[in-house]
Design a protein around this ligand. Structure first.
Ligand code: T68
Length: 783
């Protein structure tokens, strides 16, 4: 359609007509982009079908894709043409980008990982697609009112037409409820309609598909007992809203409906469009389940193979357990899915029957071994009236992985010890990654340019080559240029933030950033308590006048998670106090970024000096924000948890600020129950005073605002070891300040982090999955 700036301008102007407002410009640009990638999309699909290559389906309840316009411009290799062309026509691409609604179809790391994986699959020209739900409302919009988080619904689809294509021709019917015997009758059918989104590979012609399913009323007859209005409402509810809980299980029937709906729709389509006989499924298809939310795909695939394809149990089981593989993302007890057997039996009776049979056969097999009762219990899929989805996922998969080395070790040696003993060959590690195309090339074009000027542009396609930057660690002019980039990114962030933030931010201050979901184990509480202690010190000690720091927080709390919401309130109360104190505010400043999302992330990671990764060791499966910061030259201030461990291994301890208890120490304290938070407080005058004032309500404008914080720190004995790690955290902050004074050394640390970040590109992760689990072949879309 266009290959040069002039051609673009001509076409764009023609389509724009007289209506030269930004809204129209955005719509015209979007339409041009869609047309541009359409042909490659069709061709990619044809190629996959005709060549009968093995294809991957990545099933995930969340895809936190973020805005697509600029990302797609980059992928199509026309970013510069369009940016400059628009500018010459009097438009600003950044302004147009702001008009794109943000598809917040995920909570946090798990959903964003799925989005990064989609990008890497397409970029590596691998045949892999996503399957999920087209939620009408993504994650809620967060507003801070009087310091409290308030939640507002976000209906992103209503705002503007997106990139997707509705495919009525591919709709399928999903069976819910009913009676099983003598045959399955009284079913409440729900129609699943796919909306396909193109996932454009980087400067290649591969365009894969993210297929999001929408629930609609079926045309099939309703069972006599069912009220039509009720049915209509229940059906719409399935794809109405994303559950706003991360790392928490609520056990609600709607959630189970979403899971089954998404899995059944995806599997039915996969089987229907299979190019060969069904027994060849494992050679034609790989199915990855992203956590246990899609684990119901295992019995659902069995159901299709048994009831619709007429296979015998053994063959169906053999096929299923060679097709599906499972990624675990957590070891937190409250995030482990367990479904009430009665609920499952009522909602999906045939599927439940199959789960029961899987469990029965597995237990029969276990009878041949000598197992302790406790071990047997751990290995039971159905136990105490509950179906344990993680056990089902392991038993029904051919591969099981954790998302960082430490996490996989903890799964093998503790959380899933018994399962690991049964299936040692299934377990493997795949350390997470992030797409450097969004998190470096798109988010930080200034740094991208500096890197390319210094080492050439091969790294764009092979991010591991960022390693070449190691030769610039002590290069003064490179350091100076890097500093300049950081300054520019800080100023851009300030310009963006100051519209909504009333106190001015010092661009020369150290930007210390803590952005992620609010959760006890992520310890935002430790961060804010430390800031309060800095405030006290500045007030009390006239010789303590530290170098200016701006502490940024951003993140949402699950609406029902009172503790986390109180931490948000506490941060905002302390922020108000700190920011208006004339003495203190020139040294420390707090900024709370409202409604933190992917777009905010794109502005914040590049502006950071310090990356706060301070989870209680052993609790954070991997973390991926840590990688985004590192790739943009921020230094990790963190514990030896999740992928931080591997980051530190790469950069060396001297290029990170590591503190706190190790995972082994935490796990021992937990096991022997010999941690006493009260003793830690007693031994420290500083903590004693801090706690007394916290508990009296002095720090939080009222005690009722910290009742859950009090409960956690006092009654629950500080389960995330905030108090225990407090002093080593504070000490490490002092070290940060001292290090920042030596700018030569600091810039060197920053270069080192960027240089070692290539391994954390999701291209590496995806290649490893492909090699070790999926067995995909690279397909070139040339025509
Ligand atoms: C995150 N998990 C891990 N869960 O916490 C993080 N959970 O360490 C890891 O880096 C990331 O996954 C990617 O592997 C989540 O984000 C959820 O969001 C979630 C959502 C629903 C239910 C349970």
């Amino acid at each position: 359609m266009f290959y040069s700036k002039e051609e673009f301008k001509e076409e764009f102007t023609k389509r724009l007509g007289q209506d030269k407002v930004p809204q129209t410009a955005y719509a015209v640009l979007g339409a041009m982009m869609k047309e541009l990638l359409e042909e490659d999309w069709v061709k990619t699909n044809q190629l996959y079908t005709e060549s009968k290559v093995k294809q991957l389906y990545y099933i995930s309840i969340e895809f936190l894709i973020g805005r697509m316009l600029v990302q797609n411009l980059h992928s199509l290799g026309i970013f510069t043409i369009v940016q400059e062309g628009l500018q010459e026509l009097g438009f600003n691409l950044e302004e147009l980008e702001e008009m794109e609604p943000e598809p917040g179809l995920g909570n946090g790391g798990l959903g964003r990982l799925a989005a990064c994986f989609m990008d890497s699959l397409a970029a590596l020209q691998l045949p892999g697609h996503g399957c999920g739900i087209r939620y009408k409302g993504g994650l809620f919009t967060q507003q801070i009112e009087n310091g409290f988080q308030t939640e507002y619904p976000t209906d992103w689809l209503r705002e503007i037409e997106g990139w997707e294509k509705r495919r009525d021709d591919l709709a399928v019917e999903i069976p819910f409820y009913g009676r099983l015997h003598p045959r399955h009758t009284d079913i409440e059918w729900v129609k699943a309609v796919p909306y396909d989104m193109p996932i454009v590979g980087a400067s290649g012609r591969t365009v894969n598909t993210l297929r999001l399913w929408q629930a609609e009323v079926s045309e099939r007859p309703l069972p006599a007992y069912k009220d039509f209005n009720e049915y209509t409402l229940e059906t719409a509810a399935i794809s109405d809203r994303l559950y706003p809980d991360d790392s928490l299980v609520t056990g609600k029937i709607l959630r189970l409906k979403q899971q089954y709906f998404m899995c059944s729709a995806s599997l039915q389509t996969i089987i229907k469009t299979l190019p060969g006989p069904v027994h060849e499924l494992p050679h034609q298809v790989a199915i990855q389940i992203n956590d246990t939310h899609p684990a119901i795909a295992i019995p659902e695939l069995m159901r299709i193979l048994l009831d619709e394809e007429g296979l015998e149990w053994e063959e169906a089981w053999n096929i299923t357990t060679h097709t599906i593989s499972y990624t675990n993302h957590t070891i937190l007890g409250e995030a482990m899915e367990k479904w009430d057997s009665h609920l499952l039996a009522s909602l999906v009776p045939r599927v439940y029957e199959i789960i029961h049979e899987i469990d029965r056969r597995f237990k029969e097999q276990l009878q041949e071994q000598v197992l302790k009762e406790q071990e047997f219990k751990k290995l039971s899929i159905i136990d105490d009236g509950l179906v344990k989805m993680a056990v089902l996922a392991v038993v029904g998969s051919y591969k099981v992985n954790g998302v960082a080395e430490l996490h996989t070790d903890i799964l093998k040696n503790r959380e899933m010890k018994e399962l690991y003993r049964q299936f040692p060959g299934k377990f493997h590690n795949k350390t997470n990654g992030i797409t450097h195309r969004r998190w470096l090339i798109k988010a930080n074009p200034e740094l991208t340019q500096l890197i390319t000027q210094s080492i050439g542009d091969d790294w764009l396609k092979k991010p591991i080559l960022l390693n070449d930057l190691n030769k610039f660690i002590i290069d003064a002019s490179f350091q100076e240029a890097l500093k300049e980039v950081k300054r520019a990114k800080k100023n851009q962030l300030i310009a963006h933030v100051e519209k909504s933030w009333d106190s001015p931010i010092d661009p020369l201050s150290i930007f210390d950033i803590h952005i992620k979901r609010f959760h006890g184990y992520k310890r935002q509480l430790m961060n804010i308590l430390h800031i309060q202690s800095l405030y006290d010190r500045i007030k009390e000690d006239s010789t303590y006048r530290p170098y200016p720091r701006t502490f940024f927080f951003g993140g949402k709390a699950a609406p029902g998670y009172e503790f986390a919401k109180q931490v948000i309130k506490l941060i905002n109360v302390i922020a108000a106090k700190v920011n208006q104190d004339p003495l203190v505010r020139s040294h420390i400043h707090i900024v709370f970024i409202e409604n933190y999302n992917v777009s905010h992330g794109e502005r914040m990671f590049p502006a950071a000096d310090i990356s706060e990764q301070i989870s209680t060791a052993s609790k954070e499966a991997s973390g991926t924000g840590n990688m985004k910061f590192m790739m943009n030259g921020a230094i990790t201030l963190g514990t030896l948890d999740g992928a931080n461990v591997e980051i530190v291994e790469r950069v060396g301890k001297e290029n990170a600020f590591i503190f706190g208890l190790h995972s082994q120490q935490i796990m021992l304290l937990e096991k022997h129950k010999n941690y006493r938070a009260q003793e830690v407080i007693e031994q420290s005058p500083e903590l004693k005073s801090l706690m007394a004032r916290l508990l009296s309500g002095e720090l939080s404008d009222g005690t009722e605002n910290i009742s859950f914080i009090r409960n956690q720190l006092v009654d629950l004995n500080d389960p995330y070891f905030v108090l225990k790690d407090f002093h080593s955290y504070a000490a490490m902050h002092e070290k940060v300040l001292a290090s920042y004074e030596d700018q030569g050394n600091w810039q060197g640390m920053s270069v080192r982090n960027i240089a070692e970040s290539g391994i954390f590109s999701s291209d590496r992760t995806i290649q490893q999955y492909s090699d070790d689990v999926w067995d995909l072949k690279k397909i070139l879309n040339v025509y």
